[in-house]
Design a protein around this ligand. Structure first.
Ligand SMILES: Cc1cc2nc3c(=O)[nH]c(=O)nc-3n(C[C@H](O)[C@H](O)[C@H](O)COP(=O)(O)OP(=O)(O)OC[C@H]3O[C@@H](n4cnc5c(N)ncnc54)[C@H](O)[C@@H]3O)c2cc1C
Length: 509
């Protein structure tokens, strides 16, 4: 559990920024996890003379809370915040110690206006790269409003509590003991759950953009940067900034960057975007496009935006199996992200559906965490690269079933089995499992343009070599198009192509 010398040095530098002393209240018992937490907190306290420790009793043991002198911040950590949560811990210390959180003035106003007692609990795993966003947002809310408190609960340490509350996905957020949310969420999205939305964008004052990009993944980011660099007036509207890349832990194929992680990379894309005058409109979903002299887009929120050209870069989402149990047990055993949710299935038997690269990678990943993996593939053979299949075959706790047509995911409160038909014998069979990871590919997010744009039979927008669609002034890029391969660098390139295509179109008008 010991922190490396390098981390200690960095940590000490951060702690030099503390403006007020911090008291850490520790709730411990004789368990091994309590002793590990004591060692961790003692090590942390030894790195700053502004941090003191007091042993006390808190609702969860082992846990600790961060407090200013004689004043609770409302922030607690149940479980040691290492891994992806170490940053959340450092930020919480800095904020409790007087450093202002870096959020918009509108968000701060919304938090401070909340006038009811809210206690949040977030179940996390330390390998979940989506969890820190939620933990950090709820910690900020606690720091800024004394009526709000938040406890991060590490699912591995509190396995029984996670089971009791039927938590099978992280992050899962409880508010005053009621489950209210699951999955990655921004501060604004969390605030929407507890306070009246206030207009963070004044839509009436939006200009008619030269280029309006829909999508905040690599294709949308690249398109907006390229268009802005041409001196055009650019807007970018996205449901969630980051796209699929946020779901990706290790990325090793962005040329010139030997290794990065999805959230880190998309933060860099956002920083890059912020160097230009791009109007980024987040948390907005486009439901319709209309094209006359100008292009009008309708947003789910009821607002409209206008532009001379449009670049659609809405990417793709996980394909659903379309069988009973899949939606009913989502986050109750049905999962998609092995890095995030895998640790919650420790000691359990889980299924992976899909024998392509993602399915086999998921099975390999899970095999190191769970008791046994059952991999089901519809075709007679797995479709994954041979190198992955070799690795899979070397594992002793993976059972591969081919020719399996999955028909139902069963369960009561949580998943307890999977039913399938053996396509050779026609026999109906089943496996007892407690989790099911679905990895059968992706579908393009193009439903909202299916009546206006030419699509392939897979629903991909058909574009020419300039990124142009069949509709005048409308371009498309990335995974939502009929590009041959779906990868980050390919999306970046096609975003640039579509922006240059839009620029050429505009100068010819
Ligand atoms: C688990 C996983 C691992 C991967 N690993 C790698 C890897 O290691 N290397 C690699 O090169 N590629 C990898 N990929 C593929 C890569 O992530 C995609 O090719 C890439 O993200 C596509 O970028 P995009 O911008 O086209 O779409 P996306 O990244 O899907 O972004 C789409 C954007 O559009 C927004 N959006 C969607 N619909 C709407 C709407 N109606 N209104 C407003 N906004 C909307 C979304 O919120 C999002 O911001 C991986 C993909 C997955 C799922």
């Amino acid at each position: 559990m010991a922190l490396t010398q390098e981390i200690k040095q960095q940590f000490a530098q951060y702690m030099a920024l503390l403006e007020h002393p911090i008291q850490i209240q520790l709730s411990l018992d004789e368990s091994e996890s309590s002793q590990a937490m004591r060692t961790f907190i003692q090590e942390i306290a030894s790195l700053s003379d502004k941090i003191s420790i007091e042993e006390t009793s808190l609702p969860l043991t082992p846990s600790f809370s961060l407090n200013r002198q004689n004043e609770s911040s409302g922030i607690s950590f149940a479980g040691i915040p290492l891994g992806h949560e170490f940053e959340s811990f450092v930020l919480a210390l800095l904020q409790v110690g007087g450093r202002a959180p870096k959020i918009s003035s509108e968000a701060k106003e919304r938090i401070q206006a909340i006038d009811q007692e809210l206690h949040f609990e977030t179940f996390v795993s330390l390998t979940c790269h989506n969890c820190p966003d939620v933990v950090q947002a709820l910690n900020i809310m606690s720091v800024l409003n004394p009526k709000i408190s938040h406890t991060m609960i590490e699912g591995g340490t509190f396995k029984n509590l996670a089971e009791e509350k039927a938590v099978m996905a992280v992050p899962t957020v409880f508010l005053n003991d009621e489950e209210v949310a699951s999955g990655r969420m921004t501060l604004d999205q969390l605030l929407d759950k507890v306070s009246n939305p206030i207009a963070t964008h004044s839509f009436d004052q939006k200009p008619c953009f030269d280029v309006l990009v829909i999508g905040g993944g690599p294709a949308g980011g690249a398109a907006a940067i390229y268009a802005a660099r041409k001196g055009l007036q650019v807007g970018l509207v996205a449901k969630d900034f980051g796209g699929q890349v946020i779901e990706t832990l290790g990325i090793e194929n962005i040329i010139g960057i030997p290794y990065t992680e999805g959230p880190k990379y998309m933060n860099q894309v956002k920083e890059h975007l912020n160097q230009y005058k791009v109007d980024i409109i987040e948390n907005q979903t486009v439901t319709k496009i209309d094209s006359n002299d100008l292009i009008t887009i309708d947003l789910e929120s009821g607002h409209q935006l206008k532009a001379k050209t449009l670049i659609i870069a809405t990417g793709a989402r996980w394909r659903l199996l379309g069988i009973p149990g899949e939606l009913e047990f989502r986050n109750k055993g049905v999962a998609y992200c092995t890095h995030c949710d895998g640790p919650l299935f420790k000691g359990k038997r889980v299924a992976v559906i899909g024998g392509g690269n993602s399915g086999v990678e998921a099975a390999i990943d899970l095999a190191s965490m769970v008791k046994e993996v059952v991999l089901l593939e519809f075709m007679p053979q797995l479709k994954a690269d041979q190198v992955l299949q070799d690795r899979l075959n070397s594992l002793t706790n993976v059972k591969v079933i081919t020719n399996a047509q999955t028909t139902e995911i069963t369960g009561d409160k949580m998943v307890n089995g999977i039913q399938y038909i053996d396509r050779v014998s026609g026999q109906a069979l089943s496996e007892d499992i407690q989790g099911c990871f679905i990895q059968i590919g992706l579908v393009p997010n193009t439903d909202f343009v299916k009546d206006q744009l030419d699509l392939t039979k897979f629903g991909e927008i058909i574009v020419d070599e300039h990124g142009a669609t069949n509709l005048k002034g409308v371009f498309a890029a990335g995974d939502c198009t009929n590009t041959a391969y779906k990868q980050i660098v390919i999306s970046l390139g096609s975003g640039a192509t579509a922006a240059l295509g839009a620029f050429d179109y505009l100068i010819r008008q």
